[in-house]
Design a protein around this ligand. Sequence first.
Ligand SMILES: [Zn+2]
Length: 183
Amino acid sequence: MPTIFTHPAVPLALGLGLTRKIISGRLLVAGMALSALPDLDVIAFRFDIPYAAALGHRGFSHSLAFAGAAALCLACAAPLLGTSFRRAFPFLFLSMASHGLLDAFTNGGSGIALLWPFSAERYFAPIQVIEVAPISVSRFFSARGAQVLLSELRWIWAPCAAVLLIRGAALAGRRLTRTRQDR
Ligand SMILES: [Zn+2]
C-alpha cells in the first residue's frame, strides 16, 4: 500500500481540480477519508485471517464493488455533505476505488482483490513502480519509510500537483479571456 498520508492525494487533486463549485468542502473531506479507509483491513492480521482470504488485507475492502457500496451509502447522505447525490456518488466512488488501483502499482505484498465478489483473484498493475509501505509503524520510521515517501512523492504527489497546475492555468486562462470579452 502507499501510506495513509498519500491515498488522499488522489481525491484531493480531483476535488480541487473540479473546484468548490462542483465538489463541496465536506464532500472533499469525505472522499479523502474514504480513500484511506480500505487499509483498516490490516486488523485482519490480529485475527490471524490469512492474507489471501477475502477478509484479509487487500481483499474485499479494496474491491471496486465495496467502493461502489460505500459510496452509495455515503452519497445517500449527500445533503449533509453540502451536495447532491449526482455529484457525491461518482466522486466518492472514484476516491475509494483509487485506493485499490494505487495499491496495484506497489511492488510488494499480495495483489488486490479488485473484482471481489465476482473473482477472488488478486491483481497487480502491469508495472509496479510504487514502493510498498511497511505495515508496522516502527518500520515506517526508518530508512525504508523515507524511501517509500520519496517514491510516493515521485509517482503520486508530483503527477497530482502537475495535473492541478495545468488545470489551474487553464481556469486562469479562461477567466482572463472572459474578463477581456466583458470589456
Ligand atoms: Zn491498501
